[in-house]
Ligand binder design. Structure first.
Ligand code: CA
Length: 236
């Protein structure tokens, strides 16, 4: 049997927590619950869950701040925000704070389970192993990827990426110079069968990725934009 994955649910509405827990446990996940932001942050730090479902409007500490605090500490756990509104600003702000994904309430349990499965890390992120930089494969310039440890290096220095940022980078890098539209990337990297307005997710993730891997994010050398077409990984 596959190793049991733990999902931390941070949500102050008990009925929502109950239905999430019931459905996730039925799918074989272990669940932890927190009913306010501070407790959520504490459990995320102490229990190291495999994924966090994080409500935005929470007592004591809002979801955006919980997310930003974890990312600041270098925690790359997949985070799915639960947003109460269809507000584009919330989505973009959440992604900028380092969330991987969002689900708008009211949601179907089928959608939640699908998103959890799409976002949960399939390979445990290895602790920065000795030698991981040396055995990383150079992809372009001084950028190298170790696909065993899921780590990215620039000039031998490890770069902290979220799981989604890592997947986007490795997907583009494994198809050098091929342009992918945002819809393509949504399907290939996010594994979503539908897209709608969610293509902005791609733009925000590209921007965050550039800020981490590019010398000058405003004038990128690795992930380039082909105007009106999409993004590509540049190898000259
Ligand atoms: Ca709430």
């Amino acid at each position: 049997m596959a190793e049991e994955k733990t999902v931390l649910i941070v949500e102050d509405e008990k009925n929502i927590v109950d239905i999430l827990r019931f459905n996730l446990e039925r799918k074989g996940y272990r669940t932890l619950e927190a009913y306010d932001g501070e407790d959520g942050l504490r459990k995320a730090r102490e229990e190291k869950p495999d994924l966090i479902l994080l409500d935005i409007m929470l007592p004591k500490m809002i979801g955006f701040d919980v997310c930003a605090a974890l990312r600041k500490e270098g925690d790359s756990v997949p985070i799915i925000l639960l947003t109460a509104r269809e507000e584009e600003d919330d989505k973009v702000r959440g992604l900028e704070m380092g969330a991987d994904d969002y689900i708008t309430k009211p949601f179907s349990m089928r959608e939640v389970v699908a998103r959890v499965e799409a976002n949960i890390r399939r390979t445990a992120m290895a602790a920065p192993a000795a030698g991981a930089a040396d055995s990383a494969m150079p992809v372009a310039g001084d950028l190298a990827i170790n696909t065993d440890s899921h780590q990215v290096f620039r000039g031998g220095r490890a770069i902290d990426l979220t799981q989604r940022e890592y997947e986007l980078l490795t997907f583009l890098a494994s198809h050098p110079n091929k342009v992918y539209s945002r819809v393509d990337l949504m399907e290939q990297v996010w594994n979503y069968g539908y897209v709608g307005d969610d293509v902005r997710t791609v733009d925000v993730t590209v921007r965050r990725l550039r800020e981490k891997i590019e010398e000058n994010p405003a004038s990128p050398q690795f992930i380039l934009t082909r105007r009106g077409a999409g993004y590509y990984f540049s190898v000259s």
